[in-house]
Design a protein around this ligand. Structure first.
Ligand code: NI
Length: 168
């Protein structure tokens, strides 16, 4: 297994729209393991393939307290959504920033696992928030897009500045 490099906002590659997964093969399963390792190491509760510069509809997550319930969602679709919830969100691609975002409270999801098996399930709370956040990544969208221009620009300049400091 290997740790993957996580792209940071405002990297334009984070704006790529991901393509559907069509082959459920060993290469895909290796990417899934590497994404889990990268997510746990970060540490984070979710990671979309977009964030590691792989533009396919795949995300991994683990919202459990014990960090022992890995879930992999491939070609996920939201079949139903209702309610509203506002949660403080962060993102491994926007390190150090947490802001309130409004999302659906309950969702019904259909997705495939790394072996190509399809399942439908309901999610709410942090699990629903995480799935919606990671699915946004697959559309090239980030949680900072829900903020005011002022807030987003402030976050962008701080991240660009810290990137320059790291490079020096
Ligand atoms: Ni994120």
């Amino acid at each position: 297994m290997a740790l993957l490099n996580i792209l940071h906002f405002p990297d334009p590659r984070l704006r790529t729209v991901a393509k559907a997964v069509t082959e459920f093969d060993d290469e895909l399963r290796l990417l899934v393991s590497n994404m889990f390792e990268t997510m746990y190491e970060a540490p984070g509760i979710g990671l979309a393939a977009t964030q590691v510069d792989r533009h396919i509809r795949l995300l991994v997550m683990d919202v459990s307290e014990g960090r022992n319930q890995p879930r992999c969602l491939i070609n996920p679709e939201i079949l139903e959504a209702d309610g509203e919830e506002e949660t403080d969100e962060g993102c491994l691609s926007v390190p150090g920033f947490y802001e309130k975002v409004r999302r659906a409270e309950h969702i019904k999801v259909r997705s495939y696992n790394e072996n190509g098996e399809v399942a439908e399930f309901d999610a709410d709370g942090i699990e629903a928030v995480c799935i919606q956040h990671e699915m946004d990544h697959l559309e090239g969208k980030l949680f900072v897009d829900y903020l005011s221009n002022l807030k987003r620009n402030r976050i962008r300049s701080k991240l660009v500045k810290s990137l320059k400091q790291q490079a020096n």
